[in-house]
Design a protein around this ligand. Structure first.
Ligand SMILES: *Cc1c(COP(=O)(O)O)cnc(C)c1O
Length: 386
């Protein structure tokens, strides 16, 4: 069994992907080919945002957004404590201080009350200026944008939606990557919409920011390629990846997103009595970048992972360490509020195999082994039973 079966996905899309790749090889426009512009139009239409600017990866997408807003030394950027490193790395790389915010145990996403407390603490200290909230759509579910937007407006902050794991998610009819003042995503192969290498995209309704993003991603270009009006970077989505993504976006819309949601329902039905299964908030829709269960503690989690491995079932720990405990942030004074939920989640979380091509039979096997382990564990180690 595969954790995320990209080979199976390729086999099912091969008939369309191979000619799409061949077409790029034949025309030879490997950078900035027509497929890149077409994809940007398809992505902005899908998300429902005026501008889509593709780039090299999801990390550059965050960096480019922060460059447009001129975020740097003296600025505070609020980031959930439970996320992939890049969400906190990018503001720090720009010279700002990432301020870590606790998350909600049921959705794994940024806690609005912890966010408000962190903003308040930063203002009270008076050393940094609160500027941006980086809200992450962790494991595929949009963050609580109605509440986060209310807080952003109250304190005059910008929202940067890190939708690297969230593409395809929704709140009501509104799609992920439309909730930020600027929103970003990643096309890393294992993300909900992945390419066959690195890739990313930035979304915004703001014309001026869109123009700046288009300049910053190509060496701060001005009127033409050899007119450079600002210091930028080289971060483009290449034509091969765009051609692959055009095929994959179609499958994603037509059936992958529905299939991965069906797989999530099957897991939840089979597992909710045995372990804590992930909650999707009322009116929210997840793209299930991960299906993460919670065990009672680190000890039980680690033993379940070892047991599953023995049975040939891969699982992953996203994430083993909160951002606030990463060595890279030591000495940066990033902690202003209680982060105990994030710390606890790192000990208890376990992600199970999850992708749109997962069969009901494979899922039954996973459910059976998790069930067998928990039953045995509860009788052998009653001390862990609550
Ligand atoms: C994967 C990821 C990124 C970075 O994307 P890359 O394309 O790998 O650079 C940023 N934020 C989150 C939450 C991610 O999961």
């Amino acid at each position: 069994m595969q954790f995320r079966d990209l080979k199976k996905q390729y086999q099912s899309l091969k008939k369309e992907i191979d000619p799409a790749i061949q077409q790029v090889l034949t025309t030879g426009n490997f950078i900035s080919g027509i497929q890149v512009t077409e994809l940007e139009e398809q992505l902005s239409a899908y998300v429902g945002v005026k501008h889509c600017i593709t780039c090299g990866n999801g990390t550059d997408a965050l960096t480019l957004a922060l460059m447009v807003w001129n975020i740097g030394p003296g600025d505070a950027v609020f980031v959930p404590d439970f996320t992939f490193f890049a969400s906190g790395e990018t503001p720090a790389y720009e010279g700002a201080v990432p301020i870590f915010v606790d998350v909600e145990e049921d959705t794994f996403n940024m806690s609005p009350s912890s966010l408000e407390e962190a903003i308040w603490q930063v203002k009270r200290e008076g050393k940094l200026i609160p500027r941006v909230i980086i809200a992450v759509d962790l494991f595929g579910q949009p963050a609580d944008y109605p509440e986060i937007r209310r807080i952003a407006e109250k304190y005059g902050l910008l929202i940067l939606e890190d939708g690297a794991q969230g593409f395809g998610g929704r709140i009501g009819e509104r799609k992920a990557c439309s909730f930020g003042d600027i929103s970003t995503t990643s096309f890393f192969p294992a993300k909900p919409l992945g390419c066959y290498g690195d890739g990313g995209a930035i979304f915004t309704d703001n014309d001026e920011w869109a123009a700046l993003l288009r300049s910053y991603r190509i060496h701060g270009k001005g009127a033409d390629k050899y007119d450079n009006v600002r210091i930028g970077m080289n971060s483009r989505l290449d034509t091969l990846q765009a051609a692959i993504l055009q095929v994959k976006l179609k499958a994603f819309e037509e059936y992958e997103l529905a299939d991965v949601n069906l797989a999530a329902r099957r897991y939840t039905e089979g597992l909710h009595k045995t372990v804590k299964t992930p909650a999707v908030r009322e009116g929210f829709y997840s793209s299930w970048a991960q299906y993460s269960i919670l065990l009672k503690g680190k000890e039980e989690r680690d033993r379940l992972q070892a047991y599953l491995k023995e049975k040939g079932i891969p699982s992953m720990v996203y994430y083993p360490r909160p951002m606030s405990m990463q060595g890279a942030f030591a000495g940066m004074d990033c902690v202003k509020v209680d982060l105990s939920v994030a710390v606890d989640l790192c000990q208890r979380v376990l992600a199970l195999p999850m992708h749109p091509y997962l069969t009901a039979e494979d899922q039954e096997e996973v459910i059976r082994f998790v069930d067998a382990f928990i039953r045995k564990d509860d009788s052998v180690n009653p001390i862990f039973k609550q």
